[in-house]
Design a protein around this ligand. Structure first.
Ligand SMILES: [Zn+2]
Length: 205
């Protein structure tokens, strides 16, 4: 799923806790937001493997949730929220498309890497690809309630995520062609092989 969807889901995870601890609401919302987007920091370095841990994030979350409930310490709660959001992100990606330049062609059998079993989990394609109309629907359905429960800078983050979502959904398919043209027409002709080696495989034919 696209990054704005993950950001919104991360925020939504933090909302109930931020209600319970209004004095730390901003910190917890930030934790949810950060955990929601964190796995995708691996976009160009082993995407959906380097920072996506569907099993380990989930197990760690299950360990930390009771600790956070008993300790009631702000930083432990914050870390737990971020972990849960990162776990949900990693699991959500399994229900999206495969790791390929044009995921709507449904050729890749790689969704998210499972480090525990040491293999790629196949995409379920409930959301056919990141930026698909159903991805936007998911974004909208999470953002809708959020617009009524968050305020200040977080309200602007929700609105910003929605703007990026709509733009990305409109541009998603042309972007694949633009990326390919850029790689084939410019990068492959100008960059030395040593640098091209860093380009993710999905951009190379
Ligand atoms: Zn991801």
């Amino acid at each position: 799923m696209m990054l704005p969807t993950h950001a919104l889901v991360g925020l939504a995870i933090a909302v109930p806790v931020s209600f319970a601890f209004p004095e730390f609401a901003s910190v917890f919302l930030l934790s949810g937001l950060f955990g929601g987007i964190f796995p995708d920091f691996d976009l160009y370095v082993g995407h959906r493997k380097t920072l996506h841990f569907p099993v380990y994030y989930s197990v760690l979350s299950l360990v930390l949730i009771p600790v956070a409930v008993f300790a009631q310490t702000a930083w432990i709660i914050g870390v737990t929220i971020a972990l849960v959001a990162a776990a949900v992100h990693s699991i959500m990606d399994i229900f999206g498309g495969g790791l390929e330049l044009r995921p709507w062609e449904a050729r890749s059998e790689r969704a998210v890497y499972d480090h525990f079993r040491d293999h790629w989990i196949a995409p379920r394609r409930w959301v056919r690809y990141d930026g698909a109309p159903e991805d936007l629907l998911l974004s909208l359905s999470v953002a809708g309630p959020l617009l009524f429960v968050v305020d200040g800078q977080f309200l602007w983050i929700v609105v910003g995520a929605l703007v990026v979502s709509v733009s990305y959904v409109i541009l998603r398919r042309p972007l694949a062609t633009i990326a390919e043209t850029l790689v084939e027409g410019v990068l492959k002709r100008t960059l030395p092989d040593s640098l091209l080696a860093y380009l993710p495989a999905r951009y190379l034919r």
